[in-house]
Every structure is written in C-alpha cells, then in structure tokens.
Design a protein around this ligand. Structure first.
Ligand code: ADP
Length: 433
C-alpha cells in the first residue's frame, strides 16, 4: 500500500484545515482544506512561516503564544476560547477556530493544528449581538417611556384623588344646602298654609256678604252695584284659588293629601274650567276649545286634574295680552292629552330650566301677580298621576303646554256604561270656599 498517497487523501478529506508546523513556525505540511480557507494554490503554504497567515496587527501576540506553546505543549481541543484571526490571500481578515496538539518525530517537535473558518458563524453571531443590542436599547427606551407614563399616571392619580376629595366635599356642601333649602321650603309651605287657613274664614264671609248684597240689589236693581259685586266675587274666588294652591302645596309636600279617584266626564270638567276662566279674560281675549267628540269618562282624582288644567290655563290668560287667542285642545284615547297654547309674553330662555322650581318666577313676569308655585304643584301632581308635562315657549311669541295623563284603570270598563250613567256624573264647578 502506498501510505503517503493514502494519508494525503485522508488529510485532504478532512473538513477542517490541517496544518503541521515545526518549532521555527514553518509549515511542513497542510491539507487542501487549509489552502481553501486561506485562498492558496496547492502547495503554496509549504515552507512558509505560519505568521504569513496571521494579520499584521496580531503577529506579535501570535508569536508569543506559539513560543510558549512549544515550551509547554499540551492538547487543546477546538472550541470555545480557541479563536484567532487569520489573513486570507486577498487581505480579508478571517475568523478562525483552532484545535492544537503536538508530536515528536525523529527528535524534532511539531505542532499540529486543525483550523475551521468560523467567519459566517461569527457574522451571524455579531448580527444576533447587534439585534440583541438594538432590542435592549428598545427595551430600555420603552421602559423609560413606561416609567415616565407611570410617573405621569401617578401624578394624575394624585390630582384625581384630590379632585375626588374636593367633589365629595362639594357634594356634602350641596347636600347640606339642599337639605336646608328643602327645610326652608317646607317651613314656607307650612307658614303659607297656616296663613291661608286664617284667610279662608274672612274670605268666606266676604263672599257671603257679596252674595247678600247681590240678593238685596235684585229688588231695586242697580247695575253698578251688581257689577262691583261680581268683581268682588270674582276676586275673592281668585284669592281662594291661590289659598287653595298654598294649602295643597303643604298637603302634597307632607303627603297628607290622599288621592281619591272617581269617574267623571272629562269634557265636562274642561267645559267648567274654561267657563270659570272666562271671568279672568282680558278685553278681546278668546278661548277656543277643541274637545274630543266622545264624552269620554275617565277615572281620576277630579280635584287634582282640575288644579292641573286650571293652573296652566290661568297662566295662559295671565301671561297673554288683550285681544289674543288661547287654544285648548283635548284628546282622550288611551291617555288624556291636553294642549294649551297662548300668544303671550313667553318664557325667557334662561328661565326654562327653572319654571317648575318652587316660588320661581321669570324676570319678564315680575310686574304680573303670581306666586311661582302653580307649575311646581302641577308637575308634582302629574308625577303622582303618572302623567307628564312638556312646555315649549318663545319669548314675545307664546307658550305651548302639553299635558298627558292616564285615563285611569277603570275608564275602559266605565266607557261601556257611560251613556246611561252620564247623569250621575258630577259636573265640574269652580272650587268654592
Ligand atoms: P306664577 O304664579 O308665577 O304664574 P307658576 O308656577 O304657575 O307661577 O309659573 C312659574 C313661572 O313660569 C311664571 O312665573 C312664569 O314666569 C312662567 N310661566 C308659566 N306659564 C307661562 C305662560 N303661559 N307664559 C309665560 N310664562 C309662563
């Protein structure tokens, strides 16, 4: 067997570059993989110093390592830590990994190196390192942003806590004020109710006397006396309505008023309210009534419904000028719907949110007599009757009030009996003292 040729083929079959150097650092033998790594022609490396294949800047260090290796030779496996730079024939710097061993032959010592080109691995490694660095920078950046955001949030949270505390305090104050106002209103209503009670008896006396004057006047009829008696009666009734409102206010505030539903013809009630209101009309003022065709029987608290409609209609008259028209439209189906429209002074924009407040009066009505409790009572009553009120108004053009309320649970049953029972139903009359 031709051993030399056999070993050469074996060495050339190695994937790693193989290189054998003597003590002077001269290459005595290398395989073709070694030549491939350094870009050499076949046989080009033989006899050359191994430093030829080390970059200039690293030659001194390499020389030192090489000498100390021959002084203390040992076996170094290829792997971690055994990396060095090589010089390609083209001048390119190579990243190499080396495994070292030594042997003696015919009294001379040789170093045997197995070399792998790890440039592409190193490139990938450095790419990985670079992306790791970028990632770390990004994480640092994001962490900084997050820390800033958390700090901002903490600051905002503190501010929010302060604000919440402030709001709680303000709410407490508002509640206290509301309680006081309620108490004040209650006391006011109580006082007004007491005074109203006191007024009722003398008023009743005035009305009786006015009636008597009227009666005595019938023998020697004096038109002027009769006219003034009518005025007195009318004014007493108006005053009585106001007192009724005050009394009702206290009764409903304290829950003393008990709702009493009864059956009645709804259009009769409207008719009597409109009839009663005619005494209040200014010269040339007219009320146009559109009633539902059916004489609808409803089951409601007649007194309360009367107060609701009367209050709204009287306002329409009171806040409209002479020669103006007031429309009262009534429709009764599953609900009672009343619409009262006037061509009066209207409600100023800023007053619209307050007109249901107790004792509130808009700035444009201060020269007109009023108490500011009518609409408050109306809304309270409608609330109890499960009804609603809606007001739309334009200053100096007029006001439209829409009221709706249920016909009452028994209205449907009663409807069938309405014709025969109609005569039993009380006809509405204006409240007397
Ligand atoms: P008042 O006794 O003052 O009429 P209300 O409670 O009935 O009290 O009404 C409250 C306020 O709403 C009135 O003072 C007035 O400013 C306004 N208002 C109510 N109805 C009308 C209307 N038809 N036209 C103009 N303003 C109205």
């Amino acid at each position: 067997m031709e051993y030399e040729a056999f070993y050469k083929i074996c060495f050339d079959a190695l994937i790693e570059g193989l290189c054998i150097a003597d003590e002077e650092g001269r290459i005595v033998m290398n395989n073709s993989a070694f030549e491939d790594i350094f870009g050499l022609d076949p046989g080009e490396a033989t006899g050359k110093s191994i430093e030829t294949f080390i970059p200039k800047t690293h030659r001194e260090v390499h020389k030192h390592h090489f000498t100390s290796y021959f002084n203390h030779p040992k076996k170094f496996k290829k792997g971690k830590g055994r990396e060095f730079y090589g010089l390609h024939k083209s001048g390119r710097i190579l990243d190499l990994e080396i495994g070292l061993n030594f042997f003696d032959f015919e009294g001379k010592r040789y170093a045997k190196a197995l070399i792998s080109d790890i440039s592409s691995r190193k490139e990938i490694q450095s790419e990985i390192l670079e992306s790791k660095r970028r990632l770390e920078n990004e994480v640092d950046h994001r962490t900084r942003l997050l820390t800033e955001t958390v700090a901002k949030l903490e600051r905002a949270n503190l501010l929010l806590k302060d604000e919440v505390q402030e709001r709680i305090k303000a709410e407490k104050r508002a509640r206290g004020a509301f309680k006081k106002e309620k108490e004040l209103n209650r006391m006011q209503a109580k006082f007004l109710s007491m005074v109203s009670h006191e007024f009722k008896t003398p008023l009743s006396g005035i009305l009786t006397s006015a009636g008597l004057i009227d009666k005595h006047n019938q023998q020697e009829f004096n038109e002027r006396i009769s006219k003034h008696v009518a005025i007195i009666k009318n004014l007493v009734l108006q005053l009585n309505d106001i007192l009724d409102d005050y009394l009702f206010l206290e009764d409903s505030e304290t829950g003393r008023y008990k709702f009493k539903s009864s059956q009645f013809v709804f259009c009769d009630l409207i008719g009597s309210i409109v009839e009663g209101a005619k005494d209040l009309l200014k010269p040339g003022q007219e009320i146009h009534t559109t009633l539902c065709k059916e004489p609808m029987i409803v089951y409601q608290d007649r007194k309360v419904v009367d107060i609701i409609i009367r209050n709204v209609l009287y306002n329409a008259i009171k806040y409209s000028p002479a020669d103006s028209r007031i429309d009262v439209n009534v429709d009764v189906d599953d609900m009672i719907r009343i619409e009262i429209c006037d061509q009066g002074i209207g409600i100023p924009e800023e007053a619209k949110d307050h007109i249901f407040d107790q004792f509130y009066r808009a700035s444009n009505v201060l020269h007109i007599q009023g108490t500011g409790i009518g609409l408050n009572i109306v809304r309270g009553h409608l609330h109890r009757l499960k009804g609603e009120i809606e007001i739309s108004s334009k200053e100096n053009e007029g006001t439209k009030v829409r009221i709706s309320m249920p016909t009452g649970s028994r209205s449907r049953d009663l409807e069938s009996r309405s014709t025969s029972k109609k005569s039993d139903v009380m006809s509405a009359s204006r409240n007397t003292i």
